[in-house]
Ligand binder design. Sequence first.
Ligand code: ADP
Ligand code: MG
Length: 622
Amino acid sequence: MSETYRHIQLLGPELRNQIAAGEVVERPASAMKELLENSLDAHAQQIDVRLDNGGRDLIRVQDDGQGIMGAELELAVTRHATSKITSFDELCDIHTLGFRGEALPSIASVSRLRMASAYGGEAHELRVNYGVSEPLLPSSLPRGTLVEVRELFGNIPARLKFLKSPATELKRAQEVFERIALAHLDVGFALSSGERTLRHFLPGESLRSRLAALWPEQVVTAMRRFSWESQGLSLHGLFSPPEFTQLRANHLWFYVNGRPVQDKRLLAAVKEAYQGRLTSRDYPQIILFVEIDPQAVDVNVHPAKSEVRFQDEKHLFASCVRVLRQELEATTQVTLEASQSQMPLDSSRMSRPMGFWGRMDQSIEHMPIVERPQYQQDPLPWQDSAPPQPELSDPLATSAATLSEEPARPDTPASPELRAQAHTTQPLSLAPEQAFSGKLPHDVTYLGQIARTYLILRNSQDNMLIIDQHAAHERVLYERLLKKAYAAKGQLLIVPWQMGLHQAELSRLEEIRSQLTEMGFALEIDGQTLVMTAIPPILALAEARAFLRDALTGKSNDYSAMLKSMACKAAIKAGQTMTVDEVSALLEQWFACPDREFCPHGRPTVLTWDQAFLEKAFKRRT
Ligand code: ADP
Ligand code: MG
């Protein structure tokens, strides 16, 4: 037998529990979740939770449920001991939240646990220190069960290291608490952090009233109820109209038989139902309860029971899509009618506010806007002897496209800011060989646009320059943003735009508010509502909104990333025809930029092909 041979051994109960704890108890939030589930399974009417130091020092859950017999307290903290199932048949027909008999022993193996419980007029208390039980004691608890978990992971420094700051752990626990509270409206819940009460839900509240404490009022008020049932499947909850979109899927809360779950199929079904009403990157907000025969769903697929498997996934998917679609169709009609009678202004006017133009330089106040029908093939500049005469149109009339928040389509007019610049520069003749007016520091000749994306130029050294119009404009705008060129120069909105904010978004807003102001935003906060009264002059309203939502979701997480994102949103897109004037305006600004050879993301803005390169390419020279 080799010296290195390691014998196979049965692990001791303590180690077994610690291994199980690795799956069941990841952080304070998961321990709290298990305790809440136990209280709910014990038919509690009132559950009070307290977390100290984000749950690291203490997680306390007290309920008025049916309690545990003194003689069984020790069993409750023993692995695979449960009162919830006794046979395989029952495992396939789960009516409780717990059933694995793992939570308490797992928690007790990685903490100092105290559990007191009353049953039949008596009460007892059991303490377990990192898996080692102390003798049972009498307790004065009048009813229900009280569980205290102290110093979670105190015996596993490696796990402790993985915990985030107390504030973050508290936030996660609070989210879990809130999700559970939404699914048990008949039960009263309270959550406190130390002495501070964070949430208080009365028993018997409606779903909408509980949700109103969690989500922005505007969103909750706009949400619609739905309820549908057929052949043992019931779908109900609240859904948002398509206008209330989110960039992340974090406000789609799904429940199966009262259990909060993550489920890709349900997410896909909701997205499918909203299809055509949202852009592909947006998510609606929804609370969806699925009530289904327990035998038709397997809840034993995930140790923390946060995922489930459905026997007939297709049927569920199809039902969800159908139900939500019908509801959405009904709502759209209602909102349309309502908006026709109530809106003070044509909605298209709201997205390109008058102030946008009014506050710009006098000389461009009556700036004409070139509107071209989509996908019209424009001749290259030199193929046309006269520059296309811009039609004079009402600036407000151009904004319909910006309402949709879709990425710019080819051939929407160039950026407002470039058009403005273009108008102040002398229009150029379209003769191919003609150099730009003396405004350009470099002696270049503009030859034309290729693929509505690349600008071809010749410089005085007879080199060919190919400039990416989007990348070059991005560089220009980025430099200006860096210089805070738009601070306090935002374009006022006639109708301030409002958006209800979630708590996380509010705190993010606090962090970045001064930076947003430097970019040209003017923002006020009214309770949980963000009121935007001015936007950076380089953005259309829809772009400003999209930018703000990105910024508040924390997608661009540092200042320079935010500036890059704004420069990118505001820059002229690839695929947009540019008039010679616009090209001239762009190049004038671009030539004046430091680091102009690269866009803010580091991609090249210009390729230079000299004669030697061309000769090689044509194999005139090797
Ligand atoms: P499970 O919930 O999967 O059965 P747990 O380890 O969470 O396993 O709990 C073990 C047992 O302890 C439960 O089956 C239940 O009988 C009892 N128990 C736990 N918490 C409570 C409580 N708050 N009220 C009444 N009984 C409880
Ligand atoms: Mg349990």
